[in-house]
Each structure stands twice: as structure tokens, then as C-alpha cells.
Design a binder for this molecule. Structure first.
Ligand SMILES: [Zn+2]
Length: 266
């Protein structure tokens, strides 16, 4: 592992905790032509998922991850309990500090759980161009909202619509209404304003987090930083660091849930 690789790795872990998905991180590394272990700028999300969960980067080693199935052909297979595994803590110098590594594992778990709870096969976050991806849900049918570009006289108008609205072509499914992207942005800013006004209560709630709630604590710090700064304009990247999801009801009710657990109804 050379200096450059260590830098890429640190970047990867930091980005993930900032709310980016492995899909986005791999795209970014390809675009910047950062070479991977093969020397080529070929990065795929699944490799990044693995790197984010590899204990070797926090200085530990798991021996016998694979084992020899056939001694003649030297064929090796993933060890799923066929032979003993040995875990050695502090085996070599760490690239990622243990605390950050542990946080990333909790965040991996959280995203997997989020996918399961919301019945989505993917959890792609695009903090820069399209920050509402995989973040807006329908209160009526539980479906995910997708982005549509409506053409109007004044040009393109981005709106979000329940994906179950026209599941079968031409037949209206879910009756929940669409929402303008700008309305979503304004709603998020209003929720932030509300939290800023209730910061004291929020801090009190956070001070009661237990030692085990490491990830919630981390997300609370991120939110605190955001509340501490002036938010006049919408910033998708900052939103992705603190927002879990937005739920939209047919009655126009907007619920904004933050990653540290607080819900705001607008
Ligand atoms: Zn719906």
C-alpha cells in the first residue's frame, strides 16, 4: 500500500460518511482517473463496498479468508466456516482509524436496513446533482418518488412523482400528487429553520444518547454543524449529510426525518 492508495482509501471512507454512495464514489474515482490496484482507473461499486468493510485498513487481519479447496489445482474458495479463521488485532499499521472504521460499518448496516425497511433494491445517493434520489417516499403506498422533467413554456421543470402512479402504462395507480423540486428544497430549509429555533431542546435530546448510539451521535454532530451555519440557499450536499428521508402525504403533509432520528412535520 503506497501513499496514494492510502489517500484514496481515506477519501473513500470520508465520502461514505458524508452521505455518498459507493456508486457515486466509484464514478468520481473513474472520472478523476485515479488508478486502482490493477493500475487502471477501473472502479466498481461492489469493490468499494468490500474496501469499506475490510478490517485490514484499521490495522487488523483476518487470516484464512479463503482456503485451498483443491491442492492439485491450487483452487481457492471463500471460507464460510470450512476451516478456522483467526482474527489478529493491531497486526499492522492502520490507514483508517478504528473509530471511523467502526462508524462506516454502522453506516453500512444503517443503509442496508433502510433499503429493507423501504423495500428498495438500491440506495444510490447523488449528493451533488440529484440529492433527492432515494430520499423521497409516498405516505399513501410506501413507494419511492422519482424525478421527472416536465417541459413547460418557461423551460424544463423538475418534479417528483410516486413511482407507483403509472406502474402499468396508461393506468393510474397511486393517486398521490406530484411535487415540485423547488417545493422539496423549500420544505427542507423550513425544517432546518424549525430545528434552529428549537436547538436547545434538540441538544438536550442528544445529550441523552447512550454510548452505544455512536452513529446517531455522529449524525447529530453533522446536523449541529449545519444548524450552526446560516442556510439561506439550498445545498444538496449538506442535505445528504443529515437527511434520512422525506415522506409525502396526499393531504400535502410533508414529514422530514433526519439521520439522527428527529422528525419534523410541515
Ligand atoms: Zn404512492
Amino acid at each position: 500500500m503506497n501513499h496514494v492508495q492510502a489517500k484514496v482509501l481515506t477519501h473513500m471512507y470520508d465520502r461514505f460518511l458524508e452521505g455518498y454512495s459507493p456508486e457515486f464514489i466509484s464514478k468520481e474515482l473513474r472520472e478523476q482517473e485515479i488508478p486502482g490496484c490493477t493500475g487502471k482507473a477501473k472502479w466498481c461499486p461492489s469493490a468499494i463496498w468490500k474496501m469499506l468493510q475490510n478490517e485490514k485498513y484499521k490495522g487488523d487481519a483476518l487470516l484464512q479468508k479463503t482456503y485451498t479447496v483443491d491442492f492439485l489445482t491450487k483452487k481457492r474458495s471463500e471460507n464460510q466456516g470450512q476451516v478456522n479463521q483467526y482474527y489478529i488485532e493491531g497486526n499492522h499499521e492502520a490507514i483508517i482509524d478504528k473509530e471511523e472504521w467502526d462508524l462506516v460499518q454502522l453506516e453500512v448496516e444503517r443503509r442496508n436496513q433502510f433499503r429493507q425497511d423501504n423495500h428498495i433494491n438500491f440506495y444510490i445517493t447523488q449528493c451533488e446533482q440529484n440529492p433527492f434520489t432515494c430520499k423521497v417516499f409516498c405516505k399513501e403506498c410506501g413507494g419511492l418518488f422519482g424525478r421527472k422533467n416536465w417541459t413547460t413554456i418557461r423551460g424544463k421543470r423538475p418534479v417528483w412523482q410516486c413511482n407507483n402512479r403509472y406502474k402499468v402504462k396508461g393506468v393510474q395507480g397511486c393517486t398521490n400528487r406530484h411535487i415540485d423540486e423547488e417545493t422539496l428544497q423549500q420544505a427542507f430549509l423550513r425544517a432546518i429553520e424549525f430545528l434552529q429555533e428549537n436547538k436547545e431542546k434538540l441538544c438536550e435530546k442528544w445529550s441523552n444518547f447512550s454510548d452505544e448510539q455512536k452513529l446517531q451521535k455522529y449524525h447529530a454532530t453533522q446536523l449541529y454543524e449545519l444548524l450552526d451555519s446560516v442556510q439561506e440557499e439550498f445545498n444538496g450536499r449538506k442535505m445528504c449529510q443529515v437527511l434520512e428521508k422525506i415522506t409525502l402525504g396526499e393531504d400535502g403533509c410533508i414529514t422530514i426525518k433526519f439521520l439522527e432520528g428527529t422528525k419534523v412535520n410541515l
